[in-house]
Design a protein around this ligand. Structure first.
Ligand SMILES: Nc1ncnc2c1ncn2[C@@H]1O[C@H](COP(=O)(O)OP(=O)(O)OP(=O)(O)O)[C@@H](O)[C@H]1O
Ligand SMILES: [Mg+2]
Length: 500
């Protein structure tokens, strides 16, 4: 790609950008949120057309003006939002839209061959609605391989995967590289760049700023290059501030619709002025736990007591979610689909701020000053890349959408701040900004409950860590004295090596 420029109105997403992609190599594309990674790759996959610049494939200049063109050049891209038809099987989705009359049995066989060759685990006859996120992603990858892709682009593929699923994906990507394919992966996770890629290319503000052999660089150097100045990658864990019980949870039990326990007899205390981490493999009850406190779950047994400043206790179970929110309990749950929850894509940043305070009884159209002020505050404090607070959220890059979502909850100065996957999709520098903000909330006296996937971060950020395993408390450990291995062990077996 040579001198590629792409503008969206006043925004220059890519600015005379160039990039080389080689066969038989895994390239990591790195850059801050909004630096133009997705846009650049979308011009290879035929979604956008460059305003200026040229694209060459094997030294021949090409024009890619549609996804169909991209396929004809062997380029396939896996987007963050899958485009599969739920009621169709894997095979039906994979052959969907292909020209000519198709022999399903033959297609099925070709799919099985591709899976065997690269090590995918796909049931060709399974319907999409029965699949996990990871299985759906696999279908998307097999779909582009089926169409003959030998340049494969993946946009933050691991944002929605568990560590085990990520390992599996990386194994097939390595097989594809060894088979001579070109693989480009966009990711914000430095340890993934380091463990998977052969080379790393860095974008800053829409421009290519350099590339390096991965084995010859490190996270610090890559981050500095991304941001354009030295960045400190350290979480400063301050001492808990006069910790006092704020939430006391006893014997909490929650069942799903089939009557199976999602949480069983969970007890713990969350203190003000402290960050309580929650660790566990995905689906082990974190979501239900936070939703229970927020009043969004039907509870089978147990109690959730909120302790007021004057030490009076209030039972939260049975209270309306709006009432609980008014008491100062904030929940920011960053879902796999960021636009799915809590933000309205077509509304601007300021209006999205208002959505949050709407529940306080203010009319959507009266007081514009407060949300405007909040929007400015969030944009400034988290360095949201946007032309202004009037910009519709859907026009922001993925990571910037997320900053708006998390910033909004934090800015409300809650007494209990519950946050899940707050840094999903955020660049490394922004992630550290969020850790700082969360620590500031703790210092202000909030009881913070932090659900996260990255064990390194949990161990560095949290004062205590509650480990869940299959809906039960496996143990509660001290952040400063535990390590990631011990927490990992407790996540998979009850009891683990708890130091309590
Ligand atoms: N359809 C669009 N309309 C207007 N602006 C857009 C559009 N798509 C992208 N942009 C803008 O272009 C810039 C680059 O966005 P892009 O999505 O390529 O960033 P990114 O590097 O992929 O970021 P992230 O890591 O957050 O996914 C951003 O400022 C974004 O707001
Ligand atoms: Mg992107």
């Amino acid at each position: 790609m040579r001198n590629i420029t792409k503008r969206f109105g006043p925004v220059i997403a890519n600015d005379k950008c160039w990039l080389d992609i080689y066969r038989g190599e895994i390239l990591a594309l790195l850059g801050e949120n909004g630096s133009g990674k997705t846009t650049l790759m979308n011009m290879l996959s035929g979604i956008y057309f460059p305003d200026e610049g040229q694209i060459f494939i094997d030294d021949k200049e090409v024009v890619i003006s549609s996804p169909k063109d991209a396929f004809s050049f062997g380029i396939g891209m896996i987007h963050q939002h899958f485009k599969l038809v739920d009621v169709f099987t894997a095979t039906e989705n994979i052959i969907l839209g292909l020209p000519g009359k198709l022999d399903k049995a033959e297609a099925r066989k070709k799919i099985v061959d591709i899976c065997e060759k690269y090590g995918f685990e796909v049931d060709p006859d399974q319907k999409i609605y029965d699949m996990t996120v990871s299985q759906k992603q696999t279908v998307e990858i097999v779909k582009v391989l089926y169409r003959g892709a030998d340049i494969l682009i993946l946009d933050e593929p691991t944002a929605v995967l568990t560590p085990q699923e990520t390992d599996k994906l990386f194994a097939v990507l390595r097989n594809m590289r060894d088979d001579g394919k070109a693989v480009v992966i966009i990711t914000h996770k430095m340890h993934e760049v380091e463990s998977l890629s052969d080379r790393v290319a860095i974008l800053r503000k829409g421009q290519f700023v350099g590339d390096m052999i991965t084995a010859k660089t490190n996270a610090q150097e890559m981050t500095n290059m991304m941001v354009g100045r030295p960045v400190e990658l350290n979480i400063k864990r301050t001492e808990p501030v006069e910790p006092k019980p704020r939430l006391i949870i006893e014997n909490l039990t929650i069942k799903d619709v089939e009557g199976i326990n999602k949480l069983a007899g969970v007890s713990f205390t969350a203190n003000s002025g402290e960050i309580l981490g929650i660790a566990g493999i995905s689906g082990c009850g974190q979501k239900e736990l936070l939703e229970a406190v927020a009043g969004l779950q039907k509870i089978e047994a147990g109690s959730i007591k909120y302790i007021e400043d004057d030490e009076t206790e209030e039972e939260l179970i049975g209270k309306d979610p709006v009432k609980i929110k008014e008491m100062g309990v904030a929940l920011s749950f960053v879902p796999e689909d960021r636009l799915g929850m809590g933000l309205v894509g077509n509304m601007d940043i300021s209006d999205n701020m208002m959505l949050r305070s709407y529940a306080k009884g203010r009319s959507l159209f009266t007081d514009r000053k407060a949300p405007d002020k909040l929007a400015h505050h969030v944009v400034d404090s988290l360095e949201v890349a946007t032309p202004g607070i009037e910009t519709p959220v859907r026009k922001l890059s993925g990571g910037n959408v997320q900053k708006v979502l998390v910033g909004r909850e934090i800015a409300n100065a809650p007494t209990v701040l519950m946050t899940a996957y707050a840094t999903r999709g955020l660049d490394i520098n922004s992630s550290y900004m969020i850790y700082d903000l969360i620590t500031k909330e703790k210092e202000r006296g909030a009881a913070v409950i932090y659900v996260g996937e990255d064990l390194d971060v949990l161990v560095e950020l949290c004062d205590r860590i509650l480990v869940l395993c299959g809906g039960k408390v496996s143990g509660i450990v001290d952040g400063p004295s535990t390590n990631k291995r011990a927490v990992g062990a407790m996540m998979t077996k009850l009891g683990g090596d708890s130091n309590e």
